[in-house]
Design a protein around this ligand. Structure first.
Ligand SMILES: Nc1ncnc2c1ncn2[C@@H]1O[C@H](COP(=O)(O)OP(=O)(O)OP(=O)(O)O)[C@@H](O)[C@H]1O
Ligand SMILES: [Mg+2]
Length: 240
C-alpha cells in the first residue's frame, strides 16, 4: 500500500533521515519506534509532503507521491493525524471533521456516505459528539488530539499516518485510543503508527521498524520485535 524507499529528508542543511525504507502492506498496522528526535515525525512529514524529501521514492498504491504537495497526496487517500493537535481552532468540532472529508466533497475521492461517516466518527469518539458544536480551540489538549485523529478518519483513507495519537491523554483515554486503533485495524484500515507507548504499539501492530538517528536499525514482525532483547532494553522498559 505505502512503500518508502531510501527516503532522505531534513530541514535546510540538516539532514535528519539518511535513507530509510518502510513498507506498509494493505490492511496492516506498522509501527515506527524510536527515541525523541530519532526522526519519526520527520518521516511522516516527508511522506505527507509537508516537507520535500531530498532523495528516495515513495509510492501509495503504486503511484509515486514524493515531491507532490500535501493536498494532492491527501486526495490520493493518505490521511495524517499530526503530532501536537493541529486542529482548526476557530471552527467547530463538526466543521473540523467535515474538513477531513473535503477531498471527498470535491469528488477527488469517492464521496461515499459523508454524513454517515460523521456519525460514526462521533460514535468512535463520544467526547467529540458531546462537543460537536464547540469551537475546536476551546477543547482540551487531549480532546484536540482525538479530533485530529477523527478528522483523519473522515477522509475514508487508504492509509492513516498516526503521529503519537495518545500524546497528552489521561491513561483511560490512552486505552480508549488504542481500542479505537484496534477497531480500525479489525475493519481493515491500513495504518502507520508512531507511539510513545512502544509496547502498546507493538501489541496492536503487525510489523515494526526501529528508527535511530534517522536510520532503520531493526525491523520485523511485531511479535518478534517485542521479544528482541535490544528493543526491550531500549524501548520497552517496564511498561506493557
Ligand atoms: N522544523 C524543524 N526545523 C529544524 N529541525 C527540526 C524541525 N523539526 C524537527 N527537527 C529536528 O529533526 C530531528 C528529528 O525530529 P523529529 O521531530 O522527526 O523526531 P521524533 O522522532 O518525532 O521525536 P519525538 O519522539 O520527540 O516526537 C530532531 O533533531 C529535531 O530537532
Ligand atoms: Mg515526533
Amino acid at each position: 500500500m505505502l512503500s518508502i524507499k531510501n527516503l532522505e529528508a531534513g530541514y535546510g542543511k540538516v539532514k535528519v533521515l539518511h535513507g530509510i525504507s518502510i513498507d506498509v502492506p494493505k490492511s496492516q498496522v506498522v509501527t515506527l519506534i524510536g527515541s525523541n528526535g530519532a526522526g519519526k515525525t520527520t518521516t511522516m512529514r516527508a511522506v505527507t509532503g509537508m516537507i520535500k524529501p531530498t532523495a528516495g521514492e515513495t509510492t501509495l498504491a503504486g503511484k509515486r507521491i514524493d515531491g507532490q504537495d500535501s493536498y494532492a497526496i491527501a486526495r490520493l487517500g493518505l490521511a495524517h493525524s499530526p503530532e501536537g493537535r493541529k486542529v482548526f481552532s476557530t471552527m467547530s468540532v463538526t466543521d473540523n471533521l467535515l474538513l477531513g472529508a473535503f477531498p471527498r466533497l470535491t469528488h477527488h475521492r469517492a464521496r461515499g456516505d459523508v454524513s454517515g461517516d460523521l456519525e460514526r466518527a462521533m460514535e468512535l469518539f463520544p467526547r467529540l459528539k458531546e462537543r460537536r458544536n464547540q469551537l475546536a480551540g476551546t477543547l482540551s489538549g487531549g480532546e484536540q488530539q482525538m479530533l485530529a485523529m477523527a478528522r483523519a478518519i473522515m477522509l475514508n483513507p487508504e492509509i492513516i499516518l498516526l503521529d503519537e495519537p495518545s500524546m497528552g491523554l489521561a491513561p483511560i483515554l490512552v486505552e480508549e485510543v488504542f481500542k479505537i486503533i484496534s477497531r480500525l485495524k479489525s475493519e481493515g484500515v491500513t495504518m502507520l503508527l508512531v507511539e510513545q507507548f512502544a509496547a502498546a504499539a507493538l501489541n496492536v501492530a503487525d510489523y515494526g521498524y526501529v528508527l535511530e538517528n534517522g536510520r532503520i536499525t531493526a525491523h520485523g514482525p511485531a511479535e518478534k520485535l517485542k521479544n528482541d532483547p535490544a528493543v526491550k532494553a531500549a524501548y520497552l522498559g517496564g511498561s506493557h
